[in-house]
Design a protein around this ligand. Structure first.
Ligand code: HEC
Ligand code: HEC
Ligand code: HEC
Ligand code: HEC
Ligand code: HEC
Ligand code: HEC
Length: 412
């Protein structure tokens, strides 16, 4: 009697376990593959995960490609994303190993995420990981910090062309000389004449000849001319200025390769006059974890850590500098005018060393103010102005039209 009781209890236990498993598997999460899910996932990934994760690269967290295969289950991933510290605290072995491996960096909890949100992110990650690798421009040959000052390249080409022509002339002359000598040898010549024809070509006879003196004078004059032109091209203009910095900080790596937002570091750009250079603390947000570089090794990052520990600011050399008489305000352009950083600063994302891209002269400011339409969308103040303005028969409204050419706007 007791035995049968136990049997049925066992049976019902097994039954309920099987039931639990089958219900689990019927709820098992499928990663969607449709385009809608992928694009929703991209949006979520870019705004929430990208600061720490990449699909194919280790950043602060692991690369997410293939995570659905290495993690215990898709449900585990959902739980981990919603509250990773709870999963770690539960003693889960996989989570604890990972946590230790990533220097015990706590991942942000996304408790408001629904399962569907996480599945969409996984859909995006999967579609990215399966994309064939395209060659990125950073794979190409590197041309770091090329200064753009100095004479244009065609002057070099002209100089090279001249040298080639001169060399050709020399060869032709040598031919002529030997031909003439052979011709003279067939003639009846006096001793004196023979001596002249067969006088040996020595260093002395060459350097004393008029042709040689002419050539030397010509080359010296050409080089001098080029130097003067070079100097004239860079008088007073700082364009291309790219000073060496105390730490080999690369925008190409940070803003290019890792796509860190400009304003993550230059926090002032949309708030005030100065874009501001980041303090050591901002560097340390990442570099207390990332201690080795692929290009310059640990030495450069060591400098950041030392500056941080000694509480000393890094003495960056200023690249852009307007004279005191002019007033320039970043937020006016970035936040109000909606002008991209790159419009004025050029391809910063490709620069290992920052260089001044634009002229920064008064003419440069004015040219842009004459031609750029004010971004009046959704600005009630501008709507009225625009109405009045277009009433006067012109289409659109440039910065000039709102007073962007008035001396006092740019001069104290
Ligand atoms: C503040 C940085 C940070 C953010 C933001 C972040 N993560 Fe993480 N993530 C980590 C770290 C660090 C780990 C490694 C485990 C640990 O240390 O807790 C991790 C681990 C993971 C893992 C496990 C990876 C594996 O190899 O098993 C998944 C999945 C994951 N994150 C997904 C996400 C998703 C999805 C988002 C965005 C919604 C996100 N993370 C946002 C830092 C972050
Ligand atoms: C990880 C932090 C970081 C990010 C992201 C970053 N910068 Fe910088 N930036 C710096 C540091 C540090 C300097 C000073 C050292 C130097 O000139 O290289 C600097 C210098 C500059 C300068 C020159 C300042 C001067 O001295 O005149 C410009 C312009 C600039 N950044 C623009 C940008 C733009 C545009 C982006 C986005 C595409 C960007 N930065 C992204 C850290 C950053
Ligand atoms: C959001 C994260 C983040 C911030 C903030 C950050 N870095 Fe980095 N930094 C990285 C990553 C990622 C690498 C690449 C490491 C590698 O190449 O393996 C890196 C690499 C470097 C390197 C080595 C480059 C090489 O490959 O040799 C230097 C030097 C460096 N950073 C300086 C700085 C300085 C200075 C700051 C502050 C102005 C800063 N970083 C802020 C993420 C960051
Ligand atoms: C309309 C042109 C313009 C735009 C757009 C612009 N800048 Fe600048 N930037 C300048 C000029 C001009 C200077 C020199 C200012 C000075 O010397 O007073 C400068 C200087 C800087 C400096 C160094 C000095 C400082 O202000 O702290 C940094 C860093 C910088 N810009 C970053 C940025 C970033 C990041 C963006 C985009 C968010 C941006 N700039 C957008 C024109 C521009
Ligand atoms: C790439 C184009 C561009 C360049 C270059 C540029 N600006 Fe501007 N600027 C704008 C735009 C767009 C606005 C309009 C912002 C708005 O909607 O109010 C503006 C507005 C201004 C204003 C406010 C004008 C007003 O009436 O409110 C000042 C001052 C100004 N710029 C100064 C400068 C100075 C100084 C320089 C050169 C160092 C410069 N700008 C270079 C595009 C530019
Ligand atoms: C959109 C901004 C802007 C406006 C408007 C503007 N300026 Fe300038 N001005 C500048 C800048 C920037 C410089 C510094 C240029 C440099 O260093 O090459 C400058 C330089 C000057 C200089 C010094 C000489 C020089 O070339 O270095 C004088 C003088 C001057 N401006 C007069 C004026 C007068 C007069 C007006 C009104 C008709 C005016 N500016 C309007 C931006 C402006």
């Amino acid at each position: 009697m007791t035995i049968t009781y136990h049997r049925s209890a066992l049976k019902s236990l097994i039954f309920s376990i099987v039931l639990a498993f089958s219900s689990l598997s019927s709820f098992a999460q499928e990663i969607p593959t449709d385009a809608g899910a992928v694009s929703a996932g991209k949006q979520l990934f870019d705004t929430n995960c990208k600061t720490c994760h990449r699909v194919d690269q280790r950043l602060i967290g692991p690369p997410l490609a293939g995570v659905e295969e290495r993690a215990p289950s898709v449900q585990w991933i959902i739980d981990f994303v919603r509250n990773s510290s709870a999963v770690i605290a539960s003693g889960d072995e996989y989570a604890n190993n990972l946590f230790n491996q990533y220097n015990k960096v706590q991942m942000t909890a996304f408790s408001s995420f629904k399962s569907e949100d996480v599945l969409n992110i996984l859909a995006y990650v999967k579609s990215e990981a399966e994309k064939p690798k395209e060659a990125t421009p950073t794979d190409g040959p590197q041309t770091p910090g090329q200064p753009t000052s100095g004479a244009p390249e065609y002057l070099d080409l002209i100089l090279i062309g001249m040298v080639v022509i001169l060399a050709l002339l020399v060869v032709i002359l040598l031919f002529l000389i030997s031909a003439i000598k052979r011709f003279l040898d067939t003639r009846e010549l006096t001793e004196e004449q023979k001596e002249i024809v067969h006088s040996p070509i020595t260093f002395g006879t060459i350097t004393r000849s008029r042709g040689f003196i002419f050539i030397v004078a010509f080359v010296v004059a050409a080089l001098g001319f080029k130097a003067v032109i070079n100097a004239l091209f860079s008088v007073g203009v700082q364009k291309g200025y790219a000073p060496e910095q105390p730490i080999a900080f690369s925008h190409k790596i940070h803003a290019g390769q890792y796509e860190i937002d400009c304003q993550y570091c230059h926090t002032g750009a949309s708030k005030g006059k100065n874009a501001t250079i980041p303090s050591v603390n901002i560097c340390m947000n990442c570099h207390n974890q990332i201690k080795t570089g692929t290009l310059t090794g640990d030495a450069e990052i060591g400098k950041i850590i030392r500056a941080y520990e000694q509480n000393k600011p890094i003495e960056w050399v200023r690249v852009h500098n307007l004279p005191d008489l002019a007033y320039f305000n970043h937020s006016q352009h970035v936040a109000v005018g909606n002008v991209d950083c790159e419009t004025c600063h050029g391809p910063i994302r490709e620069m290992d060393v920052v260089r001044q891209h634009s002229l920064l002269t008064m003419g440069w400011c004015i040219d842009c103010h004459r031609t750029t339409q004010v971004n009046a969308q959704g600005n009630a103040y501008y709507d009225k102005l625009l109405e009045v303005h277009e009433g006067s028969g012109k289409k659109g409204m440039t910065v000039e039209d709102i007073g962007g050419l008035e001396c006092a706007k740019c001069h104290y």
